[in-house]
Ligand binder design. Structure first.
Ligand code: S3P
Length: 196
């Protein structure tokens, strides 16, 4: 990054830090990097970072996989709704959500109204590669992971598309994606249509 653009970036970062009064919520498929990018974005903006799966696990005292096994997906979705909706009024912070969070229409509505949603986009090949060794995704355990991912992606893409900001993670390194998030937040907060 050249001198001029790094000065510009610093200006935009400081602006976003000051102007932001609501949560920034990372959405997208499992394996898209929501937690990794969200954590780095929070650090860059000196904001608190939260992860909805971690909040659910803390509250339940068991892992996401155990919740699915013992109580089923419907119970997990209920806990997910409660964990995420409870955070939406807490002001500026960064929240990484689980890949299925937007399948609850009520939650999607709340997030659209009260937060700034960033959709981290990635293609099927990359998601599959990143998730190859994951033991933590119960939904991928019931069959061929690539077929399941393709199916989930087809069903969810329109939901993720309702996000305020869309970012193609394949075009950037993780550091570049974080910077793109900040540049996009700056543009979004400045377009006059949105009161942060
Ligand atoms: C899920 C994604 C997971 C987790 C749960 C269900 C999904 O989170 O919430 O396994 O339905 O896509 P990540 O997106 O962080 O992997």
């Amino acid at each position: 990054m050249g001198l001029q653009s790094s000065t510009e970036y610093e200006f935009e970062r400081a602006f976003v830090r000051k102007a932001l009064t609501r949560p920034v919520v990372m959405v997208g498929m499992m394996g898209a990097g929501k937690s990794q990018i969200g954590r780095r974005l929070a650090h860059e903006l000196t904001l608190e970072f939260l992860d909805s799966d971690a909040l659910i696990e803390q509250r339940a005292g068991m892992s996401v996989t155990e919740i699915f096994e013992r109580h089923g997906e419907a119970k997990f979705r209920e806990s997910e709704f409660n964990a995420i909706s409870a955070v939406c009024d807490r002001g500026a912070l960064v929240l990484a959500t689980g890949g299925g969070a937007l399948t609850n229409p009520k939650l999607l509505e709340i997030l659209q109204e009260k937060t700034i949603m960033i959709w981290l986009k990635a293609d099927l090949e990359n998601l599959e590669r990143r998730l190859k060794f994951s033991q933590k995704r119960p939904l991928l355990a019931s069959g061929d992971p690539k077929t399941i991912l393709a199916d989930l992606m087809a069903k969810r893409e329109a939901l993720y598309g309702r996000s305020h900001i869309h970012i193609d993670t394949l075009e950037h390194s993780p550091g570049g994606t974080v910077k793109t998030c900040i540049k996009s937040l700056y543009a979004f907060l400045n377009d006059g249509k949105f009161e942060a």
